[in-house]
Design a protein around this ligand. Structure first.
Ligand SMILES: *Cc1c(COP(=O)(O)O)cnc(C)c1O
Length: 454
């Protein structure tokens, strides 16, 4: 890792005063957990503030008129306007790049806008996207309906059927898209063959890593070019702030993608990959797509999300161990037909999870009820209404445990056919396991399951 995280001292030497980088610290590669706390930030030079300050400002005074002109021509990198960049948000961006092993990152207003900004930067009318069919419901509607208005076609294939991906790629295909763990089926992506296929076609593969976070899986380590995530979920981790992030691994040559490489009409013919090298794609995404869509993160949300990152590994270890215990318990329960958690040996994705997510495949999974008397849908509703600790709402990755019925909520807009190819059934229940006492979670699930049979 580069010197952007050198604010901390190496554990073997005395800490330098005020957290200033020491000579030995500059050369040291810090571990993941040190980067969670330090990457992208040194104590504030003027005030000494140790926590990341919230720069709640829209704009920044220019040194002089020359400097202002240079900023606008992208000849100097500096703060112009918070729609484009902000010092608090920049800490979140650098920290996410450092944790993901990327070369840079852009924070966005939400996970959906991370997808929009990442893909709009590559796409133009007439282009096609080939995507996994196991997607977050909002991503599916973005690709199917909003992209259709922009004359971009999306084709959906089974995530681990590489031949189906290959067959769906045409001369108009611009980008491939998948989730590291597909929502809500818990399908673990087999990165290696898909990256190999994308390479063969000179196409960027974009992976949504929301369910894993960089603590459990780093797609860039498997040569995935671009990662997007919703920061709303485990990154923030407390269910209080919407946000998203795009991370570039820096290895994909965006000169291969004409929409990114061609001279920019809005910057007097500037060629982004030629001018900025491996920062070219992100520079274009920020200076054009983020500037023009306004899908920026607020500095306050960046501050909240930085708080989340500082405890990411501690929380994720506990999320995973609680999820494993709950999944094992439900699999044995008489009222449960099946549990789809890749941490269970019964999951068809168990081996892939062990390979790509050795610390555990997250804490979100689905199960189906085995009701005698009711329809699966009615049983699902009874179960949810009787839970006491689990909150029924449309989110995942909160410190608190959550429950949802996808067929009547997040995936309600899908047609029956789309439901089927997404792997959804009417009685499927999705859980996001939180950080509560494990025994209390088991108690709550058991009493709600018994309510079905009464
Ligand atoms: C929630 C979610 C999104 C969208 O994120 P928002 O922050 O809600 O816009 C995208 N992908 C996945 C996998 C998600 O769970």
């Amino acid at each position: 890792m580069s010197s952007d995280s050198s604010s901390s001292s190496s554990p073997s030497s005395d800490p330098p005063p005020n957290g200033a980088p020491s000579a030995s610290a500059a050369a040291r590669e810090f571990g993941f957990e040190t980067r969670m706390l330090h990457a992208g930030h040194v104590p504030d030079a003027e005030t000494g503030a140790r926590a990341v300050p919230i720069y709640q400002t829209t704009s920044y005074v220019f040194d002089d008129t020359d400097y202002a002109a240079q900023l606008f021509e992208l000849k100097q990198y500096g703060n112009i306007y918070t729609r484009i960049n902000n010092p608090t948000t920049a800490v979140f961006e650098e920290r996410m790049a450092a944790l993901s092993n990327g070369v840079g990152a852009i924070a966005t207003a939400s996970g959906m806008s991370a997808e929009l900004v990442a893909l709009m930067t590559m796409l133009e009318p007439g282009d096609e996207v080939v995507a996994s069919s196991h997607l977050y419901g909002g991503t599916r509607t973005l690709f199917t309906h909003t992209f259709d208005k922009l004359s971009v076609d999306a084709h959906f294939v089974e995530p681990n059927d590489v031949e189906a991906w290959d067959a769906a790629i045409t001369d108009d295909t611009k980008v491939l898209y998948a989730e590291s763990i597909g929502n809500p089926q818990g399908s673990v992506l087999d990165f290696e063959p898909l990256v190999e296929l994308a390479d063969r076609h000179d196409l960027p593969l974009v992976v949504d890593n929301t369910f894993c976070t960089p603590y459990l899986c780093r797609p860039i380590d498997w040569d995935v070019p671009v990662v997007v995530q919703s920061a709303t979920k485990f990154l923030g981790g407390h269910g209080n702030s919407i946000g998203g992030v795009i991370i570039d691994g820096g290895a994909f040559d965006f000169n291969k993608i004409d929409t990114v490489a061609e001279p920019s009409e809005s910057y007097h013919g500037l060629e982004f990959p030629n001018t900025f090298g491996h920062q070219g794609y992100l520079m274009k995404a920020r200076a054009e797509t983020l500037r023009d869509t306004g899908a920026s993160m607020s500095p306050f949300n960046a501050f909240m999300l930085i708080q989340g990152l500082e405890t990411l590994s501690v929380r994720m270890d506990r999320h995973v161990s609680n999820a494993q215990t709950v999944a094992e318990y439900l699999e044995e329960h008489e009222m449960v037909a099946n549990v789809a958690y890749p941490g269970l040996p019964s999951s068809p994705y168990h081996d892939l999870a062990q390979k790509y997510m050795p610390k555990g495949p997250g804490a979100i999974f689905t199960f189906e009820l085995d009701p005698d008397a009711m329809t699966p849908r009615a049983a699902g509703e009874t179960f949810i209404e009787n839970l006491q600790l689990f909150s029924h709402l449309a989110n995942v990755g909160d410190a608190r445990s959550l429950v949802l019925h996808p067929a009547s909520t997040t995936h309600q807009q899908l047609s029956e056919d789309e439901m089927r190819t997404s792997g959804l059934t009417p009685g499927m229940i999705r859980l996001s396991i939180g950080l509560e006492d494990t025994d209390d979670l088991l108690w709550d699930l058991d009493q709600a399951l018994h309510a079905i049979s009464q």
